[in-house]
Design a protein around this ligand. Sequence first.
Ligand code: PMP
Length: 396
Amino acid sequence: MSASKPLDYESPHKKSAKKFILKEYIQLTAGPANFSDRVLQALSMQCLNPLSKEMHLMMDEVKAMLQYLFQTTNPLTLVNQTSGSGGNESILTNLLDPGDKLVIAVGGTWGEKVQDMAQRYGFDVLAIRKPPGEIFTVEELEAAVKSHQANLLFVTHGESSGGTLQQLEGIGPMCHKYDCLLAVDAVASMGVDPLYTDRWQLDAVCTASQKAIGSPPGLCLLTFSPRAEERIKAKKNKSPYYFDMTRQGLYFDCFVDDHSRKYHYTFSSNLLAALREALAQLCEEGLSEVWERHKRNSEYLWKKMGEIGLDCFVEKVENRFHGITCVKIPSGVDQLELLKFIKDKYDIEIAYGHGPTLNKAMRIGLLGQNSRPEVVDYLVKALKDGMEQLRKQGTN
Ligand code: PMP
């Protein structure tokens, strides 16, 4: 083919693609959260061969740090190159066959999405619901597991759409009485509120890289108990190829009887390096300290909000998630105008409501590196200024 032959389509940047300059914001939405300079640096290193010994070393380190993060000794603890939703889908499709029975405790948008996913795969779903701001008791979950004869119960730990934290203690032993497994969406709550995979007998837990962990979006982090591993092996139907935890588990060297580390797909060494750095920072600070910091700063936020006339959407303090605070929309203020004001003037992004909080509350994420008192002070100053200006405009 001649080099001068005209192409069918021309690039809009034929001569010189201009540098795309991104403005940096303080990301106080429900995620992603800002990441540290250390993570940024790790992300920018040269790529690695996904089958190289350096990559294997990084995977081993990540796996060990994940076992600490999840508080587990589960050998099947690994990373899949997808987002949190892909993690939830990996759990469902590796533990269930079509027709298997699943109870979903829906506490907001994320439970609704898991229901949608599960129905697409032909699982027999019973969804149970609570009013906004409320969480499930073990007794309520037990009644559903028993009546539906469930193979799996799926709960969301930190509900980023409604601002609640589902208590997990006691649910695992209850499920196991009925030969039911327990899966937990900890996408928003990992590294925020306490979670003990082994102590609480959780069988499958999923989180994502971009929230309190503080690395770029694109990875989900998973652990499966030996009970769950048995279920994976006993499955009659194969899991979707990309989400197959047996294949990905081989690549992450999770099985005692096969250390071939067989290739599954090209894993991004850059994303893994960034995750390794974020986890290293978390390990250096210490998990208990990280949990305590998130609690302290969210409580500080609630106090400071009260001083400027803002109320929490979740009334009961004991039901509140310490990663994302839902704030009732203040009277006389258009929430979208307020969000725009603080973004334009203060470079802060917060989120509008979703699911249970739609048109009722705004959502403020204090996740990972952003959970700091000076961030709270700056945000509260911005919100106070925004409310005053918008109310003034409203009366003019
Ligand atoms: N579950 C929860 C609790 C979440 O907060 C989110 C993301 N906001 C998800 C699942 C989905 O994660 P992702 O956007 O990474 O797919």
